[in-house]
Design a protein around this ligand. Structure first.
Ligand code: IPD
Ligand code: CA
Ligand code: CA
Length: 286
């Protein structure tokens, strides 16, 4: 049974992930404004030639440097490697395809490596701004080679949060709309970035104070979870319990806000209550 990689091996894997993320990022950038998107099946779930070309470049690099490690990639699914391996690369070759297709400059390439289900390497590259967010387990987190840290906001009323809405939002009452309204009411604002990987990277570098979302895939968040953890933040399930990155539901904060945000998500009033008197809305700890 493989053991957790030592420091030198973690550093090597981080460099491999970086090479792959930068290759994907250069390809995504080269396609910007030049291509049409097509729907993958679910309404609004888009894919472009850039997603596919970026993924091909990423896979080529990962397979060359780490032939034994299995890969889960958004456009290709599960690929190769030793099926009994505790390692798994989780790849999103273009996170934020809707933004990309509209030339809204907020998208990324996200490469995470999991060991026994938890991320140990994470790289998020922003093709538009050229920013690079990286982390390895126990080795800290950086933005453009400089150490990064989460923010210090310790009250919801002073925080700026981010969330997102999954592609099944029209088909389920568990669509995050009520949560979005309630947290917008309790905080200085809630952004909807449109790239889960950048949302997490921005919590990690302190531009945002917290993030929650449901309906995510492993490739959306594997890298970003580690960025937040290694930047001193906290990542969990909504109720504060141990994060299962494959559960699709994540709560990530600077740590100071974690309990308040978790409590708020547990006490969200029904959406129809928003027409009622605000004095009747649930109060939570700030
Ligand atoms: C999406 C983005 C978005 C999130 C969606 C994801 P995609 O990924 O991360 O922010 O809200 O749930 O599916 O489809 O652009 O790779
Ligand atoms: Ca994604
Ligand atoms: Ca994607």
């Amino acid at each position: 049974m493989a053991t957790m990689p030592d420091r030198a091996e973690l550093q090597r894997l981080l460099e491999v992930a970086t090479e792959a993320a930068l290759a994907g990022s250069a390809i995504v950038r080269s396609f910007l404004g030049k291509i049409e998107a097509e729907e993958k099946g679910r309404s609004g779930d888009l894919v472009t030639a850039a997603d596919r070309a970026s993924e091909a470049a990423v896979l080529d690099i990962l397979q060359r440097h780490c032939p034994d490690l299995p890969i889960l990639a958004e456009e290709s699914g599960a690929i190769g490697g030793n099926p009994d391996s505790p390692f798994l690369w989780a790849i999103d070759p273009l996170d934020g395809t809707t933004n990309f297709a509209h030339q809204y400059p907020f998208f990324s390439v996200s490469i995470g490596l999991l060991f026994a289900g938890q991320p140990i390497v994470g790289v998020v590259a922003d093709p538009y701004r050229g920013e690079l967010f990286r982390a390895a387990k126990g080795l800290g987190a950086t933005r453009d080679q400089l150490p990064m840290q989460v923010s210090k906001a310790d009250r919801l009323s002073r925080s700026l949060l981010v969330t997102g809405f999954a592609y099944d939002r029209r088909d389920t009452p568990d669509n995050n709309y009520a949560e979005f309204c309630y947290l917008t009411h309790l905080t200085q604002g809630v952004r909807r970035g449109g790239s889960a990987a950048i949302d997490l990277a921005y919590v990690a570098c302190g531009r945002l104070d917290g993030y929650w979302e449901r309906g995510l895939s492993l490739w959306d968040i594997a890298a970003g979870i580690l960025l937040v953890q290694e930047a001193g933040g906290q990542v969990s399930a909504y109720d504060g319990s141990l994060i299962d990155p494959s559960s699709g539901r994540v709560l990530a904060t600077n740590g100071y806000l974690h309990q308040s945000l978790s409590q708020a998500l547990a006490t969200v009033p029904r959406l129809d209550l928003w027409q009622a008197d605000p004095a009747t809305w649930p109060k939570v700890g700030d």
